[in-house]
Design a protein around this ligand. Structure first.
Ligand code: 5RP
Length: 222
């Protein structure tokens, strides 16, 4: 069993019969969804909302019921991965490009659990580039407006083309200095026309399940 699997197993006991459950995206959540598939196969009743087309495809293949976010008022729980988490449980997401739907679903959930291997736990944010989802129309203007704030970055590519999110948008990956103030960066970016969402998830995560390579997963909560 690897560290991502251990992290995923740490979140499984939080899944209860009858829950409305948000399913995150990524290689760690992949293992969690596999476990949810087993619970459903064993008869657990769950109503799930997905954060990406990838996750939907995996869940549906496992027989997990997936509904549109609009059909539920609130979710009981969301389980997702993360790219970096600081000691305040603030984090960066969007390495897999699903940040917009991930944040929508997380904000609709009573409890948010992140499952990560220990490499994701950092003293301060800044090593992982911050993904920012931007509208394709006039995107070079959006990039210049972001650069005027003093931030530099690159448009994420998929081969020779710009990477396109499930929402039809582009991702601008920003390189920020280690230890930056995530609240200030979030405020500044959200004022830029053309920015749809940032990968900064601030005061959203309640519980982190950290998987180590050779130990039980460790849990941190507020
Ligand atoms: C996708 C995400 C992922 O949760 C994040 O990138 C972590 O992925 P992984 O578990 O594969 O390391 O935010 O947009």
């Amino acid at each position: 069993m690897n560290a991502k699997q251990r992290a995923a197993l740490g979140a499984v006991p939080y899944v209860k019969d009858g829950m409305k459950l948000g399913l995150g995206t990524g290689s760690t959540v992949y293992y969690f969804i596999e476990e949810v598939g087993k619970l459903v196969a064993d008869g657990m009743q769950l109503t799930c909302v997905s954060t990406s087309e990838r996750t939907t495809a995996q869940a549906v293949a496992l027989g997990i019921p997936v509904v549109d976010l609009n059909t539920v008022d609130r979710l009981d729980l969301v389980v997702d991965g993360a790219d970096e988490i600081d000691p305040n449980r603030n984090g960066i997401k969007g390495g897999g490009g699903a940040l917009f739907r991930e944040k929508m679903v997380a904000l609709a959930a009573e409890t948010c659990i992140w499952i990560v291997d220990e490499s994701k736990m950092v003293d301060a944010l800044g090593d992982f580039p911050l993904p920012v989802e931007i509208v394709p129309f006039g995107y070079l203007h959006t990039v210049r407006a972001v650069e005027k704030l003093g931030y530099t970055g690159t448009i994420r590519m998929a081969g020779a083309d710009c990477y396109v999110t499930d929402n039809g948008n582009y991702i601008l990956d920003l390189n920020l200095p280690k230890g930056y103030d995530p609240y200030a960066v979030e405020d500044a970016l959200r004022r830029v026309n053309g920015v749809v969402e940032t990968g900064l998830f601030l005061d959203i995560c309640d519980i982190v399940c950290v998987g180590a390579a050779d130990e039980q997963s460790i849990e941190f909560s507020r």
